[in-house]
Design a protein around this ligand. Structure first.
Ligand SMILES: Cc1cc2nc3c(=O)[nH]c(=O)nc-3n(C[C@H](O)[C@H](O)[C@H](O)COP(=O)(O)OP(=O)(O)OC[C@H]3O[C@@H](n4cnc5c(N)ncnc54)[C@H](O)[C@@H]3O)c2cc1C
Length: 375
């Protein structure tokens, strides 16, 4: 890429916002196109746990770990508006022998991989999080000192705002309609009114990436996986970090609300479920969390968020040059919150200098994907 090259990033979720930020910071001429507002996609409806402990296989755990670590520097760069919460996550097993076995296996693996953790008793865990009372668990509460939460909409907005300071152009709201190319190389992006010339286009449009890449002959193997979260009204300081017992997960917001998610509740919704007022089945989220957090008793959910995860067919990120057309890149992943900063840094370096980070090699778009998605 030379100094006059124009880069367009499509999508202002955490992934596209991070790419725009690191490109602009490195001096690239970059324009972000976002059809709604930064963080308005799934990034703003995410649980937002920046985590690595439960990521498999090992190379993905290691990438996620780089993702967790990358937020230390980014937090200093973005300052108090970054949306990042304090460090420290607690994990404990689901009741029953299977939960215990899973936890033992996890602890053994983390030891082998030298991932920082401590094992706590319930009393020790209550010192970390006074609002939590874990029952029926001995000393197998995992404390993860570097894992943390972030509010995706705030992070995306902060990244876009700093990217602007570094000279990025931001087109919001602006829908990219088509990636334009000529003689096998990209030459722009069309919008409802006209087109924007580009030497490089990075598609970071979450679930919207499929439709932008298909006309180029690249079938992005993406599944749409619905997730719901229940949100309480603001409470006086009930929780600082993330708590992730097997059956559900909770974290606070900067306003003191509690965000609760659970896989069993995700299955009760689809993309068309109306969550404008909290459906009665969402009350199950509060029931689960109340068992370990007495301070939630008597509360009701104030809001329910519904998001559609951009889930690659093999569950691993898809990052890098799209085969076929020169100058087109893609960055789509689940766990985009965990990975936004490290992927933003590594892919922006690749686009500018051609230098490929070894840790991104397992995630290239031209790898073989399973014919059927895993369930
Ligand atoms: C319930 C739930 C819990 C989750 N928990 C976690 C977690 O704990 N940790 C974690 O790391 N991840 C988690 N995720 C996943 C994470 O939220 C996503 O991986 C991440 O937000 C993806 O970011 P993105 O920028 O790729 O996508 P998005 O946030 O969807 O951003 C894509 C953007 O592109 C824009 N766009 C689309 N098409 C176009 C177009 N044609 N032109 C212009 N703009 C366009 C959209 O408006 C959108 O703003 C969770 C997701 C859900 C739903």
């Amino acid at each position: 890429m030379n100094a006059s090259s124009e880069v367009v990033v499509v999508g202002g979720g955490v992934v596209g916002a991070a790419l725009t930020y690191y490109l602009a910071k490195s001096g690239a001429r970059v324009t972000l196109m976002e059809r709604d507002s930064p963080g308005a996609g799934v990034s703003g409806a995410s649980f937002g746990y920046v985590n690595a402990a439960q990521k498999r296989p090992e190379h993905y755990h290691r990438l996620s770990r780089l993702g967790v670590e990358a937020y230390d520097a980014l937090e200093k760069e973005l300052g108090p508006d970054s949306g990042l919460g304090p460090r420290g996550g607690l994990l404990w097993p689901e009741p029953g022998s299977l939960g215990g076995q899973k936890m033992e296996a996890l602890v053994e693996e983390l030891r082998q991989w030298q991932y920082p953790f401590e094992l706590l008793t319930p009393d020790e865990a209550a010192q970390v999080e006074p609002g939590i009372r874990v029952a029926g668990v001995d000393n197998s509460i995992l404390y993860l000192p570097y894992e943390r939460w972030v509010e995706g909409n705030l992070l995306a907005a902060a990244l876009v705002s700093r990217a602007r300071d570094y000279g990025a152009k931001v087109m919001v709201p602006c829908s990219a309609l088509k990636i334009l190319h000529h003689s096998g190389a990209v030459d722009g992006v069309s919008m409802s009114e006209g087109s924007l010339p580009a030497d490089t286009v990075i598609v970071a449009a979450g679930t919207g990436s499929v439709g932008l890449l298909a006309p180029l002959g690249y079938h992005l193997p993406l599944e749409r996986v619905v997730g719901v979260l229940g949100i309480t009204s603001p409470l006086p300081c009930l929780l600082r970090g993330v708590a992730y017992p097997g059956a559900y997960h909770v974290r606070p917001t900067h306003e003191g609300r509690i965000v609760i998610g659970a896989q069993e509740v995700d299955r009760l919704a689809d993309e068309h479920t109306d969550v404008s007022t909290p459906p009665s089945w969402a009350g199950r989220l509060l029931q689960m969390a109340q068992l370990d957090m007495p301070g939630l008793e008597g509360l009701r959910l104030e809001e329910v968020w519904l998001g559609v995860r951009p889930m690659p067919a093999d569950r691993l990120p898809i990052i890098g040059r799209v085969p076929g057309i020169e100058g087109v890149y893609v960055a789509v992943m689940h766990s985009g919150i965990t990975l936004a900063s490290i992927v933003g840094q590594a892919l922006s370096t690749e686009v500018i200098t051609g230098e490929r980070a070894a840790f991104l090699e397992p995630y290239r778009p031209d790898r073989a994907f399973p014919a059927k998605t895993k369930t």
